[in-house]
Design a protein around this ligand. Structure first.
Ligand SMILES: Cc1cc2nc3c(=O)[nH]c(=O)nc-3n(C[C@H](O)[C@H](O)[C@H](O)COP(=O)(O)OP(=O)(O)OC[C@H]3O[C@@H](n4cnc5c(N)ncnc54)[C@H](O)[C@@H]3O)c2cc1C
Length: 356
């Protein structure tokens, strides 16, 4: 294969990480080409759509996609009454609109974006083979291609630990401004959730892949119980799912011949191993990857190492704590002792989670 087109920076994936990386590199003067195998930004939505309040400080796109505010978190441990955490501010966003707004920003910055185009192949020399038959080369490839990143695989960095999810959309029968979290030993390696979005709600669960066969039952039972309480409608209005990396941060760069490859977002394992949250990290790491890509194009030999250092300083401690808590929880539940205490220590709402 010999490349017929050349870009300074080629971005694989136009989710939040890829759109932000592409926009940042283009704003810094690079010629950026980005592709996504989806036919339109953000659709189908594979997300529960909650982001913590802090993301609003850096993402203009958020303003275009707010569904409703979140003020508190309710955690249900097994069948017990919920523990309430007030002051848990955040936003339920319309993920499809959010992703589309980020792509618009990338286009405005000068990125050439193509949808319905997959990267099929990355050669050892860094040549990029596309599903439309084109071959492209680039100084830098940004792999923002999600949990099972092709770019990551090409440089030997793959997310090994993953959680399987299933989520339905249901009617929300009265206004609600909390995120409900359901912890149970019946949902190993994950949890159930009910996140309100106006007159609708996202109701789902994540679970260890080994228990995937139980996932539908877990979600159906949660739905049945919440519908029985009169909180949500009986009818299932939508169904989605997807994988969430839970193994923590990967080394976020490597080389294919002379081409530098940077990973961002889920592809770099930046999703929180306990909560599964990854939107804010995708946005932030995407911007940093775009900056690093532009520096590398300009000849900075340390751009990739500096990118890794920056990611570790921003996300390292939080991801490591979550990864450890995940391991502790798995071994505590395998030992069948004090399951409720172990579930609390493994969840961010409780002081035990933050204790040394
Ligand atoms: C069910 C579910 C619920 C979630 N809920 C939340 C939540 O409430 N809050 C939160 O913060 N996080 C949540 N997450 C995680 C969050 O969705 C991700 O962390 C976030 O999408 C990561 O963004 P990204 O840009 O790295 O990857 P993605 O959003 O996955 O984007 C990757 C893009 O790459 C494209 N792509 C992949 N391979 C190729 C290829 N070979 N060629 C071309 N394009 C390719 C894909 O089509 C995709 O558009 C949830 C995840 C799931 C599965």
């Amino acid at each position: 294969m010999s490349a017929s087109e050349h870009a300074d920076v080629f971005v694989i994936g136009l989710g939040p990480a890829g759109a932000c990386a592409a926009a940042e590199a283009a704003r810094r003067g690079c010629r950026v080409v980005a592709v996504d195998r989806r036919h339109e930004p953000g659709r189908p939505v594979q997300c529960a759509e909650f982001v913590p309040a802090l993301i609003g400080t850096e993402v203009e796109a958020l303003a275009h996609s707010v569904q409703q505010p979140i003020r508190s978190m309710m955690t249900f441990v097994e069948e017990e009454a919920p523990d309430v955490r007030e002051n848990f501010p955040g936003t339920m966003l319309d993920r499809a609109m959010f992703d589309a707004a980020l792509v618009e920003q990338a286009k405005r910055a000068g990125v050439t974006c193509a949808f319905g185009v997959s990267v099929r192949h990355l050669s050892r020399k860094g040549e990029i083979g596309l599903s439309d038959g084109r071959a492209v080369s680039a100084r830098v490839i940004v792999g923002a291609d999600g949990p099972r990143s092709l770019a990551g695989r090409a440089i030997g960095r793959s997310n090994v630990a993953l959680v399987e999810t299933r989520q339905i959309t249901v009617a929300l029968l009265s206004p609600y401004e909390a995120t409900d979290i359901f912890l149970s030993r019946a949902i190993p390696g994950g949890y159930g959730w009910l996140f309100p979005k106006g007159k609708l709600a996202n109701l789902g669960a994540g679970i260890e892949p080994a228990h995937k066969a139980r996932l539908k039952t877990v979600v159906d039972e949660l739905h049945h119980s919440l519908a029985g309480d009169g909180r949500v409608g009986v009818e299932v209005l939508g169904l989605t799912g997807g994988l969430i990396p839970v193994g923590g941060m990967l080394e976020p760069w490597g080389r294919l011949g002379a081409t530098l490859v940077l990973l961002a977002g889920d592809a770099a394992g930046l999703t929180n191993p306990i909560t599964g949250a990854g939107i804010a990290a995708a946005v932030h790491s995407g911007k940093l990857a775009g900056e690093a890509a532009s520096l590398a194009v300009a000849g900075d030999a340390f751009a990739a190492r500096d990118y890794e250092d920056e990611l570790r300083s921003v996300f390292g401690a939080a991801l490591e704590r979550a990864r450890r808590r995940r391991e502790e929880l798995a071994s505590a539940l395998a030992g069948r002792v004090a399951a409720k205490a172990a579930l609390r220590r493994g969840w961010i709402a409780y002081p035990e989670y933050w204790a040394p």
